[in-house]
Design a protein around this ligand. Structure first.
Ligand SMILES: *Cc1c(COP(=O)(O)O)cnc(C)c1O
Length: 370
């Protein structure tokens, strides 16, 4: 804890994340796992999570950029980082030098990486990205015949993996099945030229919903953080990894007909006990939750948010929650209010809520099972 008690904070259970990684591993026992820890481990705190997950023998840590990769190294991780998206030119030298995993989607990237490797008198190991429908990175499958002979000619570049990404594994089954088949055909074609060690396409939804016989690695993010993006048996097994908590700063009795918060969108329909809480949209408690009906939990009682979310504070109706006083702790995300529910009410997705949790919220690490 901090010296002055925070008004709002995030509790994280790294052990629960490790447990969820073991759930993932059990679903694909033959595969290696690349836990995705980008974006501060989905708001959980990258260092603490990586520290714990390293004991689960990950193949790589999935990150978004060189800063995240460097932060992992500086935290003493021995698991190599893997940059999930295209590497911009200015990050490539460091990637080659440090031997981080990365993708290539074009001959331009491949040639640049190969020449940087040559200058450093080393080899660069890359994962060939294939665009099987995501439209974000990767070679087009039809290009392979032309580019594979060129790629194998780059003597300082080694194709260590083949990867793709599913745009709709949680939405379109037929498309996803076809995509996986296309990926398989591409992998066969690639194997006529090189022997990639890693073949991977599945993030959480793909891992939970589809078998990919030719793959030998998976890249789960969200499910490690306790949320299954698709209905599945494993969803029940996943443990809650994060709680968002805030303190009551003030409790008052308002008369009927009193307006609450900016814009006066809420008028008390009756005399109401209203608590003010120390969290707002600057902490990632989305302004879109205004007038959404979302509730916070105080003493196990759902207390509806009233009025708009402000930058640092929200107001809730605590009329039913008993003797609430300043200093009491309310749960905003956790066992009672799931991140899925909050996301739905805010008109977004759990990934967005997790990664939007503000820097102002200290992360406190503890076990939820005691
Ligand atoms: C973020 C990301 C993942 C993890 O996705 P989840 O849906 O959170 O499991 C996997 N692969 C790539 C390429 C990503 O960018």
């Amino acid at each position: 804890m901090q010296e002055s008690e925070p008004r709002a904070w995030v509790e994280v259970d790294p052990e629960a994340v490790a447990y969820n990684m073991r759930v993932a591993q059990r679903i694909v026992p033959e595969s290696q796992v690349m836990p995705v820890v980008k974006a501060n481990a989905y708001g959980h705190g990258m260092k603490a999570i990586a520290h714990r997950l390293e004991r689960e023998h990950p193949a790589f840590f999935g990150v978004a950029n060189a800063d995240e990769a460097r932060a992992l190294e500086e935290a003493g991780m021995i698991t190599p980082p893997f940059l999930l998206g295209p590497v911009p030119p200015q990050e490539r030298e460091e990637v080659v030098q440090k031997g981080w995993g990365c993708t290539v989607s074009s001959m331009e990237e491949a040639r640049h990486l190969a020449s940087l490797a040559k200058m450093g008198e080393r080899q660069v190991r890359v994962h060939l990205a294939l665009d099987t429908g995501m439209g974000r990175e990767g070679f087009q499958p039809e290009e392979l015949g032309e580019i594979l002979p060129q790629l194998v000619n780059l003597d300082t570049l080694y194709v260590d993996g083949v990867m793709s990404h599913c745009p709709a594994a949680d939405e379109e089954e037929k498309f996803t099945r076809e995509q996986i088949e296309l990926f398989g055909r591409c992998v066969e074609e690639i194997r006529q030229y090189v022997r990639p060690r890693f073949v991977h396409i599945s993030a959480s939804a793909g891992l939970l919903g589809y078998q990919v016989p030719m793959a030998n690695m998976v890249r789960p993010g969200l499910m490690l953080y306790g949320v299954a993006p698709v209905p599945c048996p494993a969803a029940q097994e996943l443990r809650t990894t994060l709680r968002v908590l805030t303190r009551v700063t003030l409790v008052r009795d308002l008369p009927a007909g009193h307006s609450v918060s900016y814009g006066r969108t809420y008028i008390t329909p009756r005399p109401m006990r209203v608590a003010t809480l120390g969290i707002g949209y600057a902490d990632g408690w989305r302004r879109h939750l205004s007038d959404s009906g979302v509730a916070v939990f105080l003493y196990g009682t759902p207390c509806p948010l009233v009025g708009r979310v402000t930058m640092d504070q929200i107001m809730v109706d605590v009329s039913e929650a008993g003797d609430v006083i300043a200093g009491d702790v309310a749960e905003l995300i956790g066992q009672h209010v799931t991140v899925q529910e909050v996301a739905q009410r805010a008109g977004t997705i759990p990934w967005d809520i997790f990664t939007g949790l503000g820097q102002r919220l200290p992360r406190v690490y503890r076990s939820f099972s005691d």
